[in-house]
Ligand binder design. Structure first.
Ligand code: GLU
Length: 468
């Protein structure tokens, strides 16, 4: 292998969505480039003009930005490089590695049928034609694939994968309308971008054989190939619509954090022993292509949730509050000034059990309600005279709490239960309903700490002043 500086890339085709498999390919390229101190690049394969709209390209940028996997250099756009692709085809022809194929569509069709009947690949009669016999009509340019021997794709994950050359037809490099074909464009672009390692999904393994032949025909150095196994659904079948979400944006919408996705996707096909949770820095230092397994990886929602819960607990509350606020806004919850700070203050009390930021958004709602809160039916019914008097005494006890924080509030609630010689169960649920208006809320001390002294006592006062 050469000692060129490591350069990896992802080369997504804009389709309007960024598949989770593309995100994993991006991650592995990013990890390897970072691990090797190299660069990680992006090429937009936008040769399908119908699908490659500006919006579809933006989806890829947005996906990578969200994942934190922005490329190290400005993106390369494949379609814009068509002249360069044609130039390389001219060079291949000059080297005797490509030829003009004048077969007419009906001739090609007939040859296809013969080839099928004879169990061989299509061969053009123009492969070794004398230029003097060239007709005056449009032609395609085909690669002169070796007729014998084999092409070995030395894959860093799968090992040597052998292709019999006799089974490979002469690939069209340039169509008769002058447009370059996919495999040619990929090779030229990867070469010109200085790509040393091509890490991508194993649906491209066959292309790697074609591409290797093109590299050789040009005397260009063949990159290291690494074809990743596909991602399968929890049931072991290839990931498809029926398994639910596949787009990166959907994972964002479902409330997963980008660092969760990096950690989780790294574990799909690669891992470091049994480590469930690791930082980017650890993944970068440990990652090596040769440790990627060749068996398909299975999406496991329970693991994903577990990892997300970890990062939700670790995240800076201010950042998390901004995320939660935007979720609430998307649900038409009107936020007042200061509410985002209130959310940040509340998050530490509600986030332990949260699997997603959507759950966090549900969990902070209680604190955002405006006084006077409406009591749920059950709590209204429970507001007997006895309960009212008890809550009133509890309110007085709470008002005396010096440090309005979990330890003192817990002690106050416990002390009150003792002084009344009753269990907390006799008034706890009612206090909770009064504090939250029936919305999900953390335990009493957590809820009161989140609400603060004035708001907590105020909500109790409101409930006490409700007509009997
Ligand atoms: N454009 C191809 C795709 O989206 C990737 C090509 C490659 O990585 O070589 O599947």
């Amino acid at each position: 292998m050469s000692d060129r500086p490591v350069r990896t890339r992802i080369a997504p085709s804009p389709t309007g969505m960024m598949h989770i498999g593309t995100a994993r390919v991006a991650l592995f390229n990013w990890l390897y480039a970072r691990h090797a101190g190299g660069s990680y690049l992006l090429r937009i394969e936008d040769t399908d003009r119908e699908r490659s709209t500006e919006a579809a390209v933006q989806v890829i940028f947005d996906g990578l930005n969200w994942l934190g996997l922005q490329p190290d250099e400005p993106p390369v756009f494949q379609f814009a490089r068509a002249d360069r692709h044609r130039e390389v085809v001219v060079e291949l022809e000059a080297r005797g590695q490509a030829y003009r194929d004048y077969m007419l569509p009906e001739e090609l069709e007939a040859e296809r049928e013969r080839a099928r009947a004879e169990g061989r690949v299509v061969r053009s009669p123009w492969r070794d034609a004398d230029p003097a016999t060239w007709p005056d009509r449009p032609f395609a340019i085909r690669l002169k694939t070796p007729l014998e021997g084999e092409t070995i794709v030395g894959d860093a994950i799968k090992g040597d994968v052998r292709f019999q050359n006799a089974g490979l037809d002469d690939l069209i490099l340039l169509r008769s309308d002058g447009t370059p074909t996919y495999n040619l464009a990929v090779v030229v672009d990867d070469h010109d971008m200085g790509i040393t390692h091509v890490i991508r999904g194993d649906d491209h393994l066959n292309n790697a054989a074609r591409q290797t032949i093109i590299y050789r025909a040009l005397d260009w150095e063949v990159p290291v190939w690494a074809h990743l196994p596909m991602i399968h659904g929890p049931d072991g079948a290839k990931l498809s619509k029926r398994h639910g979400s596949q787009a990166v944006s959907e994972f964002d919408d479902m409330g997963y954090l980008p660092e969760t996705m990096r950690n989780y996707l790294a574990k799909l096909g690669w891992g470091h022993g049994d480590d469930e949770i690791f930082t980017d820095a650890q993944a970068i230092s440990w990652f090596d292509i040769k440790d990627v397994v060749s068996a398909p990886a299975r999406l496991d929602w329970a693991k994903l949730n577990h990892i997300n819960n970890h990062y939700i607990r670790e995240a800076d509350p201010v950042r998390l509050a901004a995320l939660v606020a935007s979720i609430l806004k998307s649900r038409d919850v009107v936020l007042r000034q200061g509410d985002e700070a209130l959310i940040a203050h509340t998050l530490p009390f509600v986030r332990d059990g949260a699997k997603t930021t959507l759950e966090l958004a549900d969990a902070v709602l209680f604190v955002l309600r405006s006084r006077p809160l409406e009591l749920p039916e059950k709590a209204r019914a429970a507001m007997t005279d006895e309960m009212r008097c008890r809550l009133s005494r509890l309110r007085d006890a709470l008002a005396k709490v010096g440090d309005w924080a979990v330890p003192d509030l817990e002690a106050a609630v416990r002390g009150f239960a003792e002084s009344e010689a009753i269990g907390i169960g006799k008034f706890g649920p009612q206090l909770r309903a009064v504090l939250s208006g029936g919305a999900p809320a953390p335990d009493l001390a957590g809820a009161m700490t989140a609400l603060g002294r004035d708001e907590s006592l105020g909500r109790i006062d409101d409930a006490l002043s409700l007509p009997a």
